[in-house]
Design a protein around this ligand. Sequence first.
Ligand code: SF4
Ligand code: SF4
Length: 468
Amino acid sequence: MIAPVRPKPFLQPEYCKSCLRCIDACPRDCITPGKTINPATGLVPVELHLEACNGCALCMQACPEPYGLRPETEHPTGAFDFELEDPARIFGRKELSRPEARDQPDDFIPLPACEPMVLKGTYASAVGALLAGCRHVFGYPITPSTEGSELMAKILPKVGGHFIQAVSETAAVNMMYGAGGAGVPCMTFTSGPGFSLMLEGISYMIGAEVPGVFVNIMRGGPGLGNLGPEQADIKLACRGLGHGNTHAIVLAPGTPQEMLHLTMHAFELSFTYRNPVIILGDGFLGQMTGVVHLPALLTKPGRPAWAVCGDREHHLNLICSIHLAEDDLEAHNRHLNAKYALIAREEQRSDAYRCDDAEVLVIACNTPARMAKGAVEAAREQGAKVGLFRPITLWPFPIDALRKILPTVSRLVVVEGSPGQLEDELRLALSHAGIAPPPITPVQHYGGVLPSQDEILSAILSTYEVRS
Ligand code: SF4
Ligand code: SF4
């Protein structure tokens, strides 16, 4: 009996995206990477050498492009000028039978009990990311964040992950766009000047609803500034994430332990809302060591249905931030606004210390909150009714929790390592909530100088003098 002749493949070079899946699929090595750029697409299509081909069709099944590799029996007769045309017009509309993409949920795996670790803030963040299942880190070294990337560069290759030192922060953020768009957890470590360079890409990620975690260990500015622990990027993270209608959850940890937990949580938030999440540490926090307890569970990430990862289930997915029709873009912005409103409602986080009867309320975050806590304790010892309110989300500002504390408060003391960026966020949140703020005493340093406990204590006690 003569076996039926099975059709060999032919290639439409204009529809080949050079993914090379067909090369892996072919058992007879009939397909090789191309060497010539296709002028119509700018891509390099594969090349076929079909002498040994037995028409097994494995390459055609592997090709994610509906019109890339086709059976030779479908080869169009007559001239086909290989211009980019509607392939449906040439071949007829192709019915795609593909399994429907579904969300593959995360798995949570028990972590063996272990002793607490002593870690600096950047390391704690890196460990948190690993436990959250992040295996893709892209970055460009910049002090005081570099140790986070450095640790990832050492560990990731040993756990099947990838660290790529990009040629610049602009390149790094676009790698995050790609990895996040494929539905895998990814992150970067950076600091002020690098974060500034990433803003355009962050706007694209927000527009295309791509998750990713940005750990910004803030340093002094403007410009190159210095390596001191200025809280210089609150304004940028809360109000300036590139062009257009952009927002991202901004987390402000205060200890290495929170660097770990909030980094883990940032991945969860990032995928829940399909949006980047920013972690703002400061130069002290990045370098400061502290006791860190590991969680009971680590995450094995699933894969969201929307991911653009090129397999059969997902290959019709599309991620982009362009909406050329004005109505479409307005509708997309309305969708983003609804997401921002949901985040503002659901994701406010804060910590309140001795606030129940507070007449004076100190507001501070990151490392300055530690000095502020010491000042609150010292002031309490002198009989002052004072508490500390620590926003953990800077956007959305935790106004709901603050509103509950304010009825007993007659004065605010805002402590920060910046010339008023935290105070601006506070005032804006109060204004949007229709709350008239009590008088505010600012305690500010910048350039990397942080307010001292004594200064904050003096400011607290001075508010009593003002009132007496
Ligand atoms: S049909 Fe089979 S043998 Fe021929 S090129 Fe494709 S995979 Fe290779
Ligand atoms: S699988 Fe299809 S798209 Fe990918 S390289 Fe081969 S022909 Fe091109």
